[in-house]
Design a protein around this ligand. Structure first.
Ligand code: SF4
Length: 183
């Protein structure tokens, strides 16, 4: 598997960002279609107003981490299962490096909060399906979409990135991980 990783980022006022991209009711309707809906503590539905997670900040640093596969890697994926496994493996490799950088950014920016990719803190699986509390409530961070943000629109408008989904089971050319630091 061969891929390159590039990054894009932009800093924007939090009020403007929220006004343009937060629409919790509309976005939750998309989340309902996801297999993780109600199955992870980082995902909706919540027993609190998800907007409160992103309220009270002045500034947003939005980051796109773009994984671009080479042609040989894409053509080597002969089945949808292979394409899916390759995409997952690349994302896991990239996320393993990005996750500590996100926590470090948050640690060195007092009063900030980062918004992550899907929670990966428990390799043994989330406790929500068995009704137990989150194992790492102080460390778990939501994704932007989980708390009501339109990630497709913000990536397009602010990062000039079109998020790609495979419609035919092939490996997409790019996979983009969108994260943010609110501070
Ligand atoms: S930290 Fe573990 S228990 Fe909590 S949301 Fe993430 S996977 Fe679930």
């Amino acid at each position: 598997m061969n891929y390159t990783v590039t990054s894009k980022e932009i800093t924007i006022g939090a009020d403007d960002f929220i006004r343009r991209y937060r629409d919790a009711e509309r976005i939750e309707a998309f989340c309902r279609e996801c297999p993780s809906f109600g199955k992870m503590w980082c995902c909706p539905p919540f027993d609190f107003d998800p907007c409160t997670v992103s309220d009270g900040f002045k500034t947003v640093k939005l980051m796109g981490t773009i994984i671009e596969f080479d042609e040989a890697t894409r053509t080597a994926c002969k089945t949808p299962e292979q394409a899916s496994a390759t995409g997952r493996e690349a994302m896991a490799q990239v996320w393993k490096k990005l996750l500590p950088r996100m926590y470090e950014m948050e640690r060195t920016t007092p009063g900030s909060r980062c918004f992550m990719f899907r929670c990966s803190l428990c390799p043994e699986g989330c406790t929500r399906p068995v009704g137990n509390p989150c194992r790492h409530p102080g460390k778990m961070r939501h994704s932007l979409e989980a708390v009501g943000f339109d990630v497709i629109a913000m990536a397009r408008d602010l990062l000039s990135v079109e998020l790609e989904w495979s419609t035919d089971g092939s490996l997409t050319k790019h996979i983009t991980i969108v994260t943010a630091l609110f501070f």
